[in-house]
Design a protein around this ligand. Structure first.
Ligand code: ADP
Ligand code: MG
Length: 671
């Protein structure tokens, strides 16, 4: 067995299943084994149906008369049936899980675990998770739960992995630093744990392995990077001074320091690899502008990559205004750009100095004449591959300098390890004259009485407001108000006020147009989904309402709130809750503090290991198993990588073991 083989080589996986797995990102045998359960359900010690009490229960029985019907409220399907054991029968109900009808054989026995509760006047078992009795080890009763991907549900994964049970013994070793066999055992016990402890041990090893590879890749990247040649960009003091003097504000000390670090870096003939970290509103864009200007002064090109078209457009508008005065030719390239081919020709011919854009920048046909600096805004939104793609756009054999920017705070000690290939600059100072944002938790019933007057006052002052909603459309299943109906309601309640909505599913041109009119002040209240979350900068908006505030994470709330408080006027943020329960600690902390680094610490404490830095895990680091809060494990992996690198033979062995299949090797060879 080869881990790089297609999943189709595994028993029980035909072309159809393989196709469905591929859509879930599972292509190779390796992907298949590393698709770990997200959790484990315990079916230990089932009770008999006769003895069930309300609350969480585990029962064992056969199921019959399952059928699905459509509820009167659109888009809700109800699947109902009866579970029997030899003591009695109980009604079971699932919502929007119509596939359950086909899941069970009437003659087989299954475990069911879920809440036994009163629903519509009758006690039923509500949306239980299930497992076939024959599949569960009776000694521990543990069953893995997998994330469902389209047609492939958790129980399908369970069956597929069970079919390949005998294949685990063939999994080759990977890390020369651990006992032979560790990897295959860990993978086996992650899927088939003996006990909760054995599952944890297995995952601990796999997290260690992941961190080891990440840190190793960072170290190798740095070594490789030091071998590359880059354009030397001399510091032109007089020009930079003139540029800084033209700005409508004084740079903060932190901005000066970061710019200076960047200038120093770019003077060298090895490529800069720098992460610029600063809380929302700390003025990262201006630092990027300084770096860009410096490079353009040498007749070289700069690219700025932003995660959304809205943000790219806004950067383009802001930056072109200040840079064109100094002779910098700027252009915007997004999916919606008209005459793309023409623009790309100009870029390739070096007629454009500074290109600002989205993913559209990364396509193969976007070529530069002499790209010397690549800037990535909100870099946690991008994967490593995208970063590499941009860096490969330098055609003359020289590597561009890289400046990555992020508002996600990461403890310093960890930066050095997991971002081992990056140098870090920090903007730990807010521009002068900023007033802290006043944040208040309000219940929805207080909206009219307390919030509406505040909105009127804001608009009367000539300022603008954001109103953030969770959903684009109304959903009869939830009580969440959508952007559309909230917008309609506000239009009724505030007649004569210009109110419009914005969401991610609108056409790019439409989004741009709305954002543009909002920045020009032609829209007074913008009702929006979280598409405005990253980067958007309209300093004249001073009020933000976040509806369903409890449904967002702390980091995201902080990021959203960062859309206000960008000018010199006092700003306000209202967090709306249903008021059914006491506001969470998360919201109360947000009410108290405006400091992103402090909130990150709080978040770490509140959520504990495993959930923190969610965005980061899918972006910059793409960690699947380990988390950045595994500090101990990170330090251990780091020490082991250090030792590993002392013996050059290890690297040879490791490359062989990797078998050309981990993404980290791709990265190291790309560089
Ligand atoms: P972020 O770090 O969140 O990307 P931005 O770069 O969008 O922040 O800057 C936020 C706002 O602060 C912008 O309107 C920008 O023009 C303004 N700004 C940047 N630097 C300063 C400064 N030194 N003094 C005053 N305002 C500044
Ligand atoms: Mg920004």
């Amino acid at each position: 067995m080869n881990l790089a083989d297609s999943v189709e080589t595994l028993k029980g996986i035909g072309p159809k299943t393989a196709e469905a797995l591929k859509r879930a990102g599972i292509r190779t045998v390796r992907d298949f084994f590393y698709n770990l359960p997200k959790d484990y359900e315990s079916y230990a010690a089932p009770t008999s149906i006769a003895e069930m009490r309300p609350g969480k229960v585990v029962i064992k029985g056969k199921i019959d008369s399952l059928s699905t019907r459509q509820a009167r409220r659109r888009r809700l399907s109800i699947t109902e049936g009866v579970i029997r054991d030899n003591t009695g029968a109980v009604k079971v109900v699932w919502f929007n899980q119509a596939y359950r009808v086909r899941q069970f054989s009437p003659e087989k026995e299954y475990y069911f675990t879920g809440n036994f509760e009163l629903k519509n006047g009758r006690y039923s078992l509500i949306s239980p998770s299930t497992a076939e009795v024959a599949d569960i080890d009776p000694k521990n009763g543990l069953s893995p739960i997998y994330v469902a991907h389209g047609a492939i549900k958790s129980h399908d994964f369970r069956r597929l992995v069970s079919n390949s049970r005998s294949k685990f013994s063939e999994i080759p070793d990977l890390l020369p630093t651990v006992k032979p066999g560790t990897r295959k055992n860990a993978l086996f016990f992650a899927h088939f744990p003996n006990s909760p402890k054995s599952a944890q041990r297995a995952r601990d090893y796999l997290a260690y392995e992941e961190l080891f590879e990440l840190i190793l890749a960072a170290k190798l990247n740095r070594q490789e990077n030091e071998k590359l040649k880059a354009v030397e960009v001399p510091f032109v003091a007089a020009k930079i001074k003139e540029f800084v003097a033209s700005l409508p504000f004084k740079l903060t000390g932190a901005q000066r320091l970061a710019a200076w670090e960047i200038f120093q870096n770019m003077e060298k003939n090895t490529p800069m690899n720098r992460l610029l970290q600063g809380d929302v509103g700390s003025g990262k864009t201006m630092v990027a502008a300084l770096a860009a200007y410096e490079v353009v002064l040498q007749g070289r090109q700069v690219a700025l990559l932003a995660p959304t078209a809205i943000l790219a457009t806004q950067h383009y508008e802001g930056l072109s205004k200040i840079l064109e005065k100094f002779g910098v030719k700027t252009a915007l390239l997004t999916g919606a750009t008209k005459k793309k081919a023409e623009l790309k020709k100009q870029i390739a011919a070096g007629e454009i100095d500074f290109v600002i854009g989205t993913h559209a920048l990364l396509t193969d046909d976007t070529e530069f004449q002499d790209l010397a600096l690549a800037i990535i805004d909100e870099q946690h939104r991008f994967g490593v591959e995208q970063r590499q793609k941009l860096l490969l756009k330098s055609p003359d054999g020289l590597a561009p300098h890289l400046l990555a920017m992020t508002a996600t705070p990461i403890p310093r000690s960890l930066q050095l390890t997991v971002f081992g290939d990056l140098d870090v600059s920090i903007l730990n100072e807010m521009p002068k004259g900023r007033r802290p944002i006043t944040t208040k938790i309000l219940t929805e019933v207080e909206t009219r009485e307390l919030l509406y007057p505040k909105i009127r006052e804001t608009l009367n002052n000539g300022s603008q407001a954001y109103w953030i909603c969770k959903a684009i459309d109304d959903d009869p299943r939830t009580e969440t108000t959508s952007v559309k109906s909230r917008c309609a309601k506000l239009q009724r309640d505030f007649s004569g006020v210009k109110i419009e909505f914005l969401h991610g599913r609108m056409k790019p041109a439409e989004k741009d147009e709305i954002m543009e009119r909002f920045s020009r002040g032609e829209i007074q209240i913008l009702v929006s989904t979280t598409v405005v979350e990253v980067g958007v900068d309209v300093p004249n908006s001073t009020l933000m309402v976040i509806e369903n505030a409890e449904s967002y994470g702390l980091a995201q709330l902080h990021q959203l709130r960062g859309r206000v408080g960008r000018g010199s006027k006092a700003s306000f943020c209202y967090l709306l809750t249903s008021g059914d329960t006491r506001p969470s600690l998360r919201l109360r902390e947000l009410e108290k503090s405006n400091d992103g680094f402090h909130l990150a610490e709080v978040d770490l404490k509140l959520r504990g290991p495993g959930e923190i830095y969610g965005a980061l895990q899918h972006g910059a680091l793409d960690l699947r198993i380990a988390t950045l809060s595994d500090t101990k494990l990170i330090h251990r992996a780091q020490a082991d990588v250090q030792k590993f690198l002392q013996n050059p033979e290890n690297m040879v062995k490791y490359r062989e073991l990797m078998n050309g299949i981990t993404k980290y090797q791709q990265i190291t060879t790309l560089n």
